[in-house]
Design a protein around this ligand. Structure first.
Ligand SMILES: *Cc1c(COP(=O)(O)O)cnc(C)c1O
Length: 403
């Protein structure tokens, strides 16, 4: 047995979370699923949960379920995500819409509250939807985008932010974990630097929620959004969440004024008056069906604890880096993620000019990472559903496909 295989098996044998691997639906023909950061796997309990929903909550209780449970589901589930994964006290997190729509609502609310400040700071390498929404808002409001060019591997640093924020900064929009390199930003120091200049900060947690614990309240974060279909396994198109720190409730006004975010939903009044608290950030009818699958994953994360999930994430990505060093670096593959686990989120990205072709071979063989233009393969390692041996077999499959 190779040393790497012995190491992977030893890490699995000592993995305190190994028992959770069985909680996920088996995928015949899939030898290694390395894309849990794009679409988390479904849980085995999900078919029963869905069937019970159709039979009882929807099928039998019918419209009564709105009063009995669905009206409060966006805020109850938001509170749960806040408690289990975000370090957010109750009443500040809501589940609704897609990440893109929530980015629009929060960015727009933030810049409107910052009268006299004309710049939105955003990083050139941020995820397209974040950049596109910011561009649209800047055009709508006659504002300027101030682009930061961060190091492509180390990601955005506090010095990058300090160099651009000033009395003209309305809002800074950043990803906590870079979707390409996996670089983990220093949320606390950057939030402080933005506040020092009088700006607000919006953190995109798409690639951190469910794998990297955050302390949104303790860091004094203003705003955050994140996906639930990545490390929260909510399924394709499951709704996103928004966090708005309580000090901004009643101050920020979101732009999509809908009846579901009104103070009295059934008053059918002549004018919009927002609900108090986080509820005002809802616009229309919440996607209840899309909120089912993530509930089982939140149960699992809560049972495991997000701290233990993070620890396993470090050993999984650490093994990927070690296997890269031994097996891939000699073939000319480049490491496109930080080496230090403390600076890295839940995925590791590697680069080689042949990776577009290699990815096709891997997918055909049941090894499923994702390809990121121009030549990156991203190994997304969802800790509760991924074993160390699976990670190693994925890296070895990359080696064999290159050979
Ligand atoms: C996945 C992801 C999104 C996705 O937005 P949707 O509206 O759900 O399509 C947005 N931002 C980042 C940083 C992401 O990683």
């Amino acid at each position: 047995m190779s040393d790497l295989l012995a190491l992977a098996r030893d890490l699995d044998a000592r993995d305190p979370l190994a028992s959770h691997l069985d909680a996920f639906v088996e995928a015949p023909g899939v030898a290694a699923y390395l894309d849990g950061n794009s679409l988390g796997r479904p849980l085995r309990e999900l078919p029963d949960r869905l069937a019970a929903f159709v039979r009882e909550d929807w099928g039998t209780r019918l419209i009564r379920s709105w009063d009995e449970q669905w009206m409060d589901l966006p805020t109850e589930l938001g509170d749960r995500i806040g408690r289990v994964a975000l370090g957010a006290a109750a009443g500040q997190t809501v589940v609704a819409d897609s990440t893109t729509v929530l980015l629009y609502k929060l960015m727009r609310a933030a810049v409107d509250a910052q009268a006299g400040r004309a710049e939105i700071v955003i990083e050139e390498g941020n995820f397209p939807t974040d950049r596109f929404v910011a561009e649209g808002i800047a055009a709508e409001r006659g504002m300027t985008l101030r682009w930061i060019a961060a190091d492509q591997i180390a990601g955005v640093q506090v010095a990058d932010i300090e160099a651009v924020v000033n009395e003209n900064t309305a809002l800074v929009v950043l990803s906590h974990v870079d979707y390409r390199s996996g670089a983990l930003a220093d949320m606390r120091a950057i939030t402080d630097a933005v506040h020092e200049a009088g700006g607000l900060v919006l953190w995109d947690l798409c690639h951190s929620v469910g794998v990297i614990p955050t302390e949104l309240d303790a860091c004094g974060v203003d705003l955050a959004v994140g996906c639930t279909y990545k490390y929260l396994n909510g399924g394709p198109g499951s709704p996103a969440f928004a966090y708005v720190n309580a000090r901004h409730h009643g101050v920020l006004r979101q732009p999509i004024q809908g009846w579901m975010g009104a103070g009295d939903v059934f008053a059918m009044g002549s004018a919009y008056a927002p609900a108090g608290g986080i509820r005002q950030f809802i616009s229309g009818t919440p996607p209840v069906l899309g909120m089912l699958a993530m509930q089982g994953m939140l149960d699992l994360i809560e049972a495991a604890s997000i701290g233990a999930v993070r620890e396993k994430s470090k050993t999984l990505t650490g093994l990927a880096v070690q296997a890269f060093d031994e097996e891939l670096a000699p073939l000319g593959v480049r490491l496109l993620s930080p080496r230090d686990a403390a600076q890295r989120g839940g995925h590791v990205t590697i680069g080689h000019p042949d990776f577009a072709e290699v990815t096709k071979t891997l997918w055909a063989d049941g090894v499923i990472p994702d390809f990121r233009f121009p030549d990156g393969i991203r190994l997304g390692l969802s800790p509760l559903s991924t074993s160390h041996e699976e990670v190693l077999s994925g890296v070895l499959a990359v080696r064999d496909a290159l050979g």
